[in-house]
Design a protein around this ligand. Structure first.
Ligand code: ADP
Ligand code: MG
Length: 381
């Protein structure tokens, strides 16, 4: 990817980049809808991501090019207006530039910028966080600043929340920023606090993206959020992370059926994250896999954010040959399923799963095979 980036940069701008950065996409490993309840989550930075090349200019022009858009867009350095239409992808790097003053960090004036990627965009792997973090590292390197990971993570999230306008939690940027090869990233969303957890090299990820999306997904997220907050209030806690199952059972009569089920999922999911962390410390992928599948069943029964498409994939994968466990990954109500597998799970087995899915639903899911990879990094300066 580095040489591809250099060649394309040369072709577009007639000179090589001075700075090259990259940041990975991520998979939500376990910890579903725990973030806004003050809980914990484990994520995997994968071995695919967004690469950014940058070279400073003498003038104050900022030129942006992405392989996805295929055209150079020029903006004077004072302009931080939201872009629309085919140049709306620029809102990600622009959002980072707009966030810098809030962190007392300087922005580079003029530059030539170029992004390439081996991470599908809009596939639930957080290409948005990857482009934000790769951009943040490139801009900060250009002004000679050497920020800590946490600042880069916060810059990316600030850009996404305040400039792009997506109210995402800390998972996407946190995992892209703190990822490490052969490790997962553990996030305690209160704080937030980041840690890495070793993952055996034999662990492989297979992601099946159904490209289905519930028509009412925004409203469904909002109602799940509200039901969690109602449950917390009824239990007399600030956030569900402070609640326990005995406490929930005692309060059950005073709760709506929905609030009980949502709270049960969140409380038990936080416990599963903890158990998965302990199992991984022992290198125990079998127990970890069972926890992944249990997480899916809880989404299915208690949080009710699964769909027949996702259930079909999990039923097919979990308990199958070479599979430790499988679950929906991301917000749910459509989207993707991920399986944790041994190295023996290969392309043929994945294709058989996709075939069975296509026979039932009339459309093949996209298949992506990944392992863990390094977090956001400066590759060249
Ligand atoms: P996800 O984060 O799940 O991939 P999002 O909708 O949050 O999906 O972000 C996808 C958007 O991020 C794309 O529509 C595009 O605007 C931007 N993006 C991602 N990768 C690139 C890239 N390589 N070049 C330009 N823009 C990108
Ligand atoms: Mg995103």
């Amino acid at each position: 990817m580095h040489s591809k980036l250099t060649a394309l940069f040369q072709k577009v701008y007639g000179r090589p980049p001075e700075i090259v950065t990259r940041a990975p996409g991520r998979i939500e490993f376990i910890g579903n809808h725990t973030d806004y309840n003050g809980g914990t989550v484990l994520g995997a930075a994968i071995d695919r991501g967004v690469w950014v090349g940058l070279a400073r200019r003498e003038d104050d022009r900022r030129q942006f090019y992405s392989e996805l858009a295929g055209v150079v867009t020029t903006l004077p350095s004072g302009v931080l207006a939201r872009q629309e239409g085919s140049s709306s992808w620029i809102n990600y790097p622009l959002g980072v530039l707009a966030a810098l003053p809030a962190f007392d960090l300087p922005a580079p004036e003029g530059f030539d910028y170029l992004a390439i990627s081996d991470l599908p965009a809009g596939a639930g792997l957080s290409s948005s966080a990857a482009i934000e973090l790769a951009s943040a590292l490139a801009f900060l390197t250009a002004v000679g600043s050497n920020p800590d990971r946490e600042t880069v993570v916060k810059l990316g999230r600030h850009a996404e929340n305040h400039f792009v306008g997506v109210p995402c939690g800390i998972l996407d940027q946190g995992v892209s920023g703190f990822g490490q090869r052969d490790h997962l990233v553990f996030i305690d969303c209160r704080g937030p606090r980041f840690e890495t957890v070793p993952l055996p090299r034999a662990a492989h990820f297979w992601v099946f993206n159904t490209h289905t999306k519930h028509a009412l997904v925004d409203g469904l997220y909002a109602s799940r959020h509200r039901e969690c907050m109602e449950a917390a209030r009824a239990l007399g806690v600030g956030q569900l992370v402070e609640a326990t199952m005995p406490k929930l059972e005692r309060a059950r009569a005073g709760l709506s059926d929905e609030s009980y089920k949502r709270a049960r999922h969140v409380i038990e999911e936080i416990a599963r994250v903890d158990n998965a962390r302990q199992a991984l410390r022992r290198g125990d992928l079998s127990t970890t896999g069972r926890l992944l599948t249990a997480s899916h069943r809880s989404s299915q029964v208690y949080f009710e954010n699964s769909t027949p498409e996702l259930d079909f994939l999990v039923d097919l994968l979990a308990g199958g040959l070479n599979v430790f466990g499988a679950r929906l990954t991301g917000g749910g109500f459509g989207g993707a399923v991920m399986a944790l597998t041994t190295p023996a799970f290969g392309g043929a087995q994945a294709a058989a799963v996709a075939d069975a899915y296509a026979e039932r639903f009339g459309k093949r899911p996209d298949i992506l095979h990944a392992q863990t990879g390094p977090g956001a990094q400066v590759v060249m300066k």
